[in-house]
Design a protein around this ligand. Structure first.
Ligand code: MLT
Length: 333
């Protein structure tokens, strides 16, 4: 029996209900934890909707003989074997801009948390202390933020930092120095070593790709200012956590805030014990507003594809798309 849509992570909301009124939706939010079961089930579905935890591997796709579309509710694609999906004729769609504001806002929160020591001061005050001198912080105003990866989220973070009176420098090998986004922020495109040497805050917005895994390593941390903060709201794999820990212990940078980890949930590490480290459980995109937008966008796109319309946010262009009925209205155009 062919079913329509399988959802393997916690993606809920009105938009899912609307999809369920038209298609049969199987909602199993914990299925990502059981790859064997997922592999058994996938063969009977036309669409799969995931977040970042379901591993959509070549092996899984070899079982997904009826799959026409994968909807990635979010922006990173590192959990999806895109080449295998493309070869198999499966369209992949995502929601690139829908959670960008939320991530940029968390990056600002991380910056303020580090500069003003908010989490450490909270812990101390909860213990009945009133240590005002211990928690003297630094202003962001007049400091330099180094944006590593100047895509949408990097841009929105820089825009917010700019409104705090920060100077913006950016590193991104894929954008041109004439980029309108850079000129809008009066931001300077620089090489990574220059960025690390001058930034008071280094904010990572890199996707996880074979080229970026372990990008922030001992060598990079050694080039940062001892007063600088490192923030990662992108992907944990782009940071060598052991190198970061050693650099923090050696005083090569002043603090770090990590929303994402190289292994999630993370193994226990000394990072958890350092007062100048702020840690959150991959919540950058987790705001009510972003989740409503992400869910709506992915449900709309998957629905469009299943009805035979074009996707609004495709991330691949398979040559041999699995055949889908084309709607009359579109044929007559
Ligand atoms: C994303 O890639 O969109 C974010 O990391 C959030 C998520 O994966 O759930």
């Amino acid at each position: 029996m062919i079913s329509n849509i399988l959802i393997t992570e916690n993606i809920q909301g009105e938009a899912v209900g609307q999809l369920a009124a038209e298609f049969s939706v199987t909602f199993l939010p914990d299925l990502w934890k059981n790859p064997a079961k997922l592999s058994e089930m996938i063969g009977s579905f036309r669409a799969l909707i995931v977040r970042n935890q379901t591993k959509v591997t070549a092996e899984l796709l070899s079982k997904a003989t009826r799959l026409e579309v994968i909807g990635r509710a979010g922006v990173g694609l590192d959990n999806i074997d895109l080449d295998s999906a493309t070869r198999a004729g499966i369209l992949v769609t995502s929601t690139p801009d829908q959670n960008a504001i939320s991530v940029a806002e968390l990056a600002m929160g991380m910056m303020l948390s580090l500069a003003r020591k908010i989490p450490a001061a909270t812990d101390d005050t909860r213990q009945g202390n009133w240590n005002r001198q211990k928690f003297i912080g630094t202003e962001l105003h007049g400091k330099t933020i180094g944006i590593v990866g100047a895509g949408k989220i990097g841009f929105l973070t820089a825009q917010r930092a700019k409104s705090f009176g920060m100077r913006v420098v950016a590193y991104d090998p894929f954008i041109s120095p004439d980029s309108i986004l850079l000129s809008e922020l009066c931001a300077e495109l620089v090489e990574i070593d220059e960025l690390l040497a001058c930034a008071d805050v280094v904010s990572s917005h890199l996707p996880a790709t074979p080229e970026t895994i372990g990008f922030f390593n001992a060598q990079k941390f050694s080039k940062m200012k001892p007063t600088a903060f490192f923030i990662n709201t992108s992907r944990g794999e782009v940071v060598s956590e052991e190198d970061l820990l050693q650099a923090l212990k050696a005083g090569q940078l002043a603090g770090a805030a990590l929303d994402v980890r190289s292994h999630e949930p993370p193994f226990k590490s000394e990072l958890e014990t350092l007062p100048n480290v702020v840690l959150t459980p991959h919540i950058a995109a987790f705001t009510y507003e972003a989740q409503v937008r992400v869910t709506r966008a992915i449900c709309e796109d998957v629905g469009r594809v299943l009805r035979g319309n074009t996707a609004r946010n495709p991330v691949n262009r398979p040559q041999n798309r699995r055949s889908v009925p084309r709607p009359q209205a579109e044929l007559s155009l």
